[in-house]
Design a binder for this molecule. Sequence first.
Ligand code: PEP
Length: 250
Amino acid sequence: MSRKKVIAANWKMFKTPAQAQEFVTSFLPLVVGHDRDEIVVCPSDTSLSVVIAAATGSNVAVGAQNMYFADEGAFTGETSPVMLKAIGATHVILGHSERRQYFGETDETVNKKLLAALKHELKPIVCIGEVLAEREGGKTEEVLLRQTHKAFTGVTAEQAETMVIAYEPVWAIGTGKTATPQMAAEAHAIVRGEIAKLLGEPAAKAMRILYGGSVKPENASALMAESEIDGALVGGASLDPQSFAKIVKY
Ligand code: PEP
């Protein structure tokens, strides 16, 4: 079964609304008519509306980088799935390692957020991945199995078919170190095997598993050539329209 690849940009805490608008103006002509892959851009919340307006009617979808799991309430500083949906966001990144590392995100909160995103028909991009000490300690498989198992508790096989996982080895994020295509493919196979056990073979076959961690125009095509790698989640190299367009067109 061939899965359409997803190439997603995670801008992290970069770009003002004016800079985000400028990116879209430059980027859209570079990828016009490109329908081989799904393209998603995830700006910070303050630029979401501007980017959604600029990308409406194009082949570029727009997502948030995080959300809370409640619909509304006394949760100062948080944004709900209802709010994201209302402004026209279609995707949401969940459980990014920076959220886990700096903001106390756990497997349990990722699971709650995932269920909330699905309830509101936002397409989640669920991030998992081991830290360096876990890889060096031979614990990569154990960590990936635990994160996958916990994140997907309560999800139905039908829901799983539309979901996207991003395997992002934490030691490769923003460091310039990239997992080799073989290392990434091995990790993806472990995750897909666990999804098959949890949700069945059809869901596992349909689910897109992206690689993230220092993806650049220079290494994108080697990574995308692996049949287990169904796209990329790109941080630093997605901030420049030319660079991100080159990755999209790997
Ligand atoms: C990320 O933020 O998800 C990421 C993979 O960052 P970078 O591409 O900069 O390593």
